[in-house]
Ligand binder design. Structure first.
Ligand code: ISJ
Length: 362
């Protein structure tokens, strides 16, 4: 039979391992500092953060992970180590669709780690403007929800912007019903939330609060802020908003679909080199004529390129008759993708590559 070690022995071993970890993490941090020096010696304005390299580091860790920790858990720990190493040099500045406590902030921290400095912006347009102006390095905006579909405003904003997509992050979205200290729980007559969240909890609300007025506000965090001062209201929002505004959760995970998730995009002024498992997002305008959609898709099919999303939007200008947003597997520099894009370019009224970026790892 296996001889169990005593608690004292195990704790001594843990202390020893922690000492080794400490030395190793510090050595890693010094290495990252040297990388920064090399980058800055090449170019004084060099961007220290490299999304393609970080994706490779995380994927390698997940592939090598021996357990018992789950690969994703391990990657999260390494995400934080990298985030802290990066912040040693220049804390990364990230604007997100605020206010504080939104799912977008949660997505920003999931992607960049807790050492990033995140700044709330009042609207999606403001996030774009802040990145364009160079006031921050990156922006984070929501783009699609698995239950409710695309966030049209984000897609529309890309048409007129020179910014690039440099990453994506998918977040499982759990909605909770929350109230303030003064709320009389039996008398909830109004429920605040973002329209997407109200829609994602429609059935639950019909079953549990059929008489309550549903009030759409600009964000879940704003909903949380509002209920704090009202005795007859509740908010639907996430964990971060409950914590930020000191609200009590009275019903957990009330989203209608258990797999409810939202995809966010990371935007910046720079292109990202290939990492080996990339996605490309484009917007293509076709003339309003029969067969336009087929003509658009055919080159991708012929080159064996996997399209992961196709979204149609009405055009807002004359040139952009039919506007399609397309996501495909591969990087714009991959020869097959480049060849297909060249062909589509000839058939389209307009083609704009919004960015090639690593497929979300975490
Ligand atoms: C160390 C580097 O710079 C940054 C830090 C990384 C890290 O800690 O592993 C990875 C990529 C960059 O964001 C690098 O480019 O290798």
């Amino acid at each position: 039979m296996e001889q169990l070690e005593s608690l004292d022995e195990l704790r001594q071993r843990i202390d020893q391992i922690d000492t080794e970890l400490l030395g190793l993490i510090s050595a890693r941090a010094r290495c990252a500092q040297q990388v920064a020096r090399v980058k800055l010696s090449d170019d004084a304005n060099a961007v220290f953060y490299r999304p393609e390299r970080e994706a490779q580091v995380l994927r390698r860790i997940m592939a090598l992970n021996p357990g018992p920790l789950a690969a994703e858990e391990m990657a999260r720990l390494f995400r934080e180590v990298m985030s802290a190493c990066l912040a040693l040099e220049r804390p990364i500045q990230v604007a997100y669709l605020g206010p504080e406590g939104t799912f977008t902030q949660q997505a920003a921290l999931k992607h960049f780690g807790d050492s990033a400095s995140t700044q709330p912006m009042p609207s999606i347009d403001d996030v774009f403007r802040e990145v364009e102006a160079g006031a921050v390095n990156y922006g984070v905006v929501p783009v699609e929800n698995s239950t409710e579909g695309v966030v049209n405003h984000t897609l529309d904003t890309f048409i007129g912007s020179a910014l690039k997509i440099c990453g994506e992050v998918v977040l499982r979205i759990h909605h909770h019903l929350m109230v303030g200290q003064n709320t009389q729980r039996q008398k909830i007559s109004r429920i605040y939330s973002h329209p997407q969240s109200l829609a994602q909890c429609r059935k639950w609300l019909d079953a549990h609060y059929p008489m309550a007025e549903r009030v759409a506000v600009s964000s879940n965090a704003e909903a949380a802020r509002l209920v704090k001062t009202e005795w007859h209201s509740a908010a639907i929002a996430g964990d971060m908003a409950a914590r930020r505004y000191g609200l009590e959760i009275i019903a957990e995970k009330i989203e209608d679909r258990p797999d409810n998730s939202t995809r966010f995009l990371i935007i910046s002024t720079d292109d990202v080199p290939p990492c080996g498992n990339d996605k490309t997002s484009l917007v293509v305008a076709m003339r309003n004529q029969p067969g336009a959609l087929h003509a658009l898709i055919e080159p991708f099919q012929r080159h064996g390129i996997d399209m992961t999303r196709l979204e149609t939007r009405p055009s807002r200008t004359g040139v952009w008759n039919y506007v399609f947003f397309i996501d495909l597997k591969g990087h714009r520099e991959d020869p097959v993708v480049a060849a297909a894009l060249e062909e589509v370019q000839l058939r389209a009224a307009e083609l704009k590559v919004l960015g090639s970026y690593p497929v979300g790892v975490l």
